[in-house]
Write a protein that binds this ligand. Sequence first.
Ligand code: IMP
Length: 498
Amino acid sequence: MNKELDRFFKKQEELGIMLTYDDVRLRSEHSNVLPADTDPKSRLSKNIALNFPVVSAAMDTVTTASTAIAMAEFGGIGILHRGLSVERQAEEAARVKHYLNGLIPDPITVSPDETVAAVLAKREAKGWRFRSFPVVTAKGEFVGLITGHDFDFITDGDIKVKDAMTPLARLVTAKPKTTLEQAAALMKQHRQKVIPLVDGKKLAGVYVRADLERIMSGKGNHNVDRNGRLRVGAAVGVGDGALLRAAELSKVGCDVFHIDTAHGDSKNVFSTIKELKKKYPKIDVIAGNVSSGDGALRLAKAGADGVLVGQGPGSICTTRIVAGIGVPQVSAVYECAKALRGTGVPVIADGGIRNSGDIVIALSVGASAVMLGKLLAGTEEAPGETRLINGVQYKVYRGMGSLEAMLQNPSSLERYRVSAKKFVPEGVVSTVPYQGTLRAVLEQYAGGIRQGMGYIGAATLDELRKKARLFRMTGAGLNESHPHDVLISHLPPNYSGK
Ligand code: IMP
């Protein structure tokens, strides 16, 4: 609850005014909170936590596995787009889930009768970075482990693996359901860098120390599931298509389904949420998009674990121009978050964010996370094609409802409810400047969020929502806010101009 904000928006509503980011700014408050002491932990949905409140958009020029990995490593999450076949999308999800191998359920094994030279040659040819291999016989029996330590002390490559390995009898092993923490404790106690999990005579997976250290040190604030694997979401759309995608995605451990439609307040979306929740009660479903409080509440009542808010604010979006529909985003986010108070269902503010200040505003008026398209499309990891224009590198960023995306992806037709015979686009194709790595870009946004929280004296996002006070900007005020009356000679990494 924030009475000041409620009063502010009520007044605007009485005047029939809906506001967006450039219409408002936040007041600075008395503060003893330093930016470095703030903690922007949040939630994507009822059961999915975020260490950083940013989500990458389910768009074919924004999120495939590379983006999703970098997002989860930074504490956020990526939502894989669905402009790919069901199988390819599940493969992308599997790439994210296997990236940080907390537990390697199906490790690459070698045979006891291979020579050490043959194993090393195979490692070189396949480009494997690891040097620990469980040793398994042709009958599938786990008999030992050969590790980097063994390889380092072998001078004769013709020696057989069975003569160079540490045999099972001398290994510390554990039972199949051993947790990450238990495995780490065993490693420490027995000074063994790999803990094989053994089920009878069979290998049931391995834990490797280097991976566990990376996960447990919390380096990069990784957003991980219970098994220490990076979290990932995937767009599934509606109806039978959604069920097909969900079936494959659930097999590879996808953490959250995103019902991505242009009009979330509709029967089709509600019934898809219900079916997904019935079939996969342990996988969260986020759904949208809506821009009214009533719509958000109806989605929550249908079972959505998170609601996406935004109709028309996207940088590549023409919905408001083509269909005349949509609510300026700050008012939409506030209204939806207000309607969902007490339900435990978070709001994700989707689209229209142009800088880190906008993120702070979205979080202040009730969003638990923001979904970004344009701001991430120029990064190294984004899948958009790179183009050189006048010697400067750009990447293609396009709306999923653009003509080009619709021609390429049948799923875009469904999202924008367009007939396959008549394409009426609701988006454009654009180019955005190349920006370097996603991590470098997110570091700037994280800094901006923390600075905003520091000015307001909010150590957490809950405090931010309670303390934030908004005011209207005039055109002159906005002009004054941007650099003015100077010729900018160097743009900083967190400002791209008006
Ligand atoms: P941005 O961060 O302002 O670039 O907005 C990204 C958001 O725009 C996405 O997460 C989608 O919700 C939305 N979007 C993506 N493609 C289209 C489109 O073609 N038309 C309308 N909205 C779109």
